[in-house]
Design a protein around this ligand. Structure first.
Ligand code: KG4
Ligand code: ZN
Length: 358
């Protein structure tokens, strides 16, 4: 089974062709990602209107490249998948409309994919992880712990009450005058900093429910920076190191709580799986390893290029759904907001989501 996947929910224009074998194994034939980072850098964050226009300009070429690199024609493809939300609605419309056009012209089924579902299922593409597993999804827009029990069967264990972890890294970088996206810059500065110099809070520490809160940490960091400003290079490095250490401890504590909630509700997970750009952080990976070790399960972190936004994860989610006969009508409405628990799975009628669409 061959599926073309299109991703345009944020600031990456991406397309990929993925193959799913009969036994459920995945193979990436092409995976083209065009980042808009330079377009948004001057603004210190993603500007929705600029993103939508950049997707319009690039998508046609990116899809063509993905097809050429895979050595396939539209006639050989079994289905077209596109991220239909959640995300910046202008970009989502660009990707989903393009997918609908390709599906209509070539008489192929359309799979309207929830972007979070695609992150959730990536570990099955990269490592064939069996259900149920515990997913830690941490990106610029999302911070969630989920029980992934089957295709279309996701249960929320914990979520952030305010900022996402990636967002907290980005805001910290902005405050300290580092570039965008902030995660990699903060991580780099942290390597030469003193993580114990500043006392920052560990929000939600010790709570039995598995939710996150990051905004208090962000504010505490700002107050520390204001107290000692103007900042020297060493001050910036020490603030980054102290911030990152606080996040690492928050992730450790919150995931421990999440593991307990998971066991109570769903039994033992087959693995702890990480997804989203934050999983690229070395210190966070280390603490995930520790959480998995403590829980006696394995850790699966897909390669960085598949943890961040890409077309292969959309194509793969499309292939998993197509294999179950879950396709969507061509009038499927794009959704800016689309919680994973509201998704249509094998247990709900396919196509139902179009009636619920925003
Ligand atoms: O998954 P992603 O590429 O895009 C979405 O947000 O959907 O994640 C990007 C986020 C940004 O907030 C970025 O700062 C963060 O992931 N990030 C990192 C690192 N690399 C990327 N955060 C911490 N450490 C990193 N090394
Ligand atoms: Zn994402």
């Amino acid at each position: 089974m061959l599926v073309l996947g299109i991703e345009t929910t944020c600031d990456e224009t991406a397309a990929a062709v993925v193959e799913r074998g009969i036994e459920g194994r995945g193979k990436i034939l092409s995976n083209i990602v065009l980042s808009q980072v330079t377009e948004h850098a001057a603004f210190g964050g993603v500007v929705p209107e600029i993103a939508a226009r950049a997707h319009v300009e690039a998508l046609d070429r990116i899809v063509g490249k993905a097809m050429t690199e895979a050595g396939k024609s539209f006639g050989q493809i079994d289905g077209i998948a596109a991220a239909a939300g959640p995300g910046l609605i202008g970009g989502v419309i660009v990707g989903l409309t393009t997918a609908k056009a390709i599906a209509l012209v070539n008489n192929k089924p359309l799979m309207a994919i929830n972007h979070l579902e695609a992150h959730a299922l990536t570990a099955r593409l990269t490592a064939g992880i069996a259900f149920p597993y515990c997913l830690f999804l941490a990106s610029g827009g999302h911070t969630q712990i989920l029980a992934v029990r089957g295709v279309g069967d996701y249960s929320l264990i914990g979520t952030t009450l305010d900022d996402a972890i990636g967002e907290a890294f980005d805001k910290t970088a902005k405050l300290l005058g580092l570039g965008f996206p902030g995660g990699p810059q903060v991580e780099k500065e942290a390597t030469r900093g003193n993580a114990t110099r500043f006392t920052l809070p560990r929000p939600m520490h010790g709570r039995t429910e598995a939710d996150f809160s990051l905004s208090g940490l962000k504010t505490a960091l700002r107050l520390e920076a204001e107290k000692i400003g103007p900042l020297s290079d060493q001050d910036v490095a020490d603030l980054c190191a102290s911030f990152q250490q606080a996040v690492v401890e928050v992730v450790h504590d919150r995931l421990r709580a999440g593991m307990k909630v998971f066991r109570g509700r769903h039994g033992t997970p087959t693995a702890l799986v990480a997804a989203g750009g934050v999983a690229a952080n070395e210190a966070i990976r280390k603490i995930l390893q520790r959480v998995a070790f403590e829980a006696g399960i394995k850790l699966e972190v897909p390669p960085a290029a598949l943890c961040t936004d890409n077309g292969a994860m959309i194509a793969w989610a499309g292939a998993e759904r197509l294999a179950l006969g879950l396709t969507d009508p061509l009038d499927f409405a794009p959704r800016a907001r689309w919680p994973l628990e509201e998704i249509a799975g094998p247990q709900t009628k396919p196509g139902l989501m179009s009636e619920q669409g925003a």
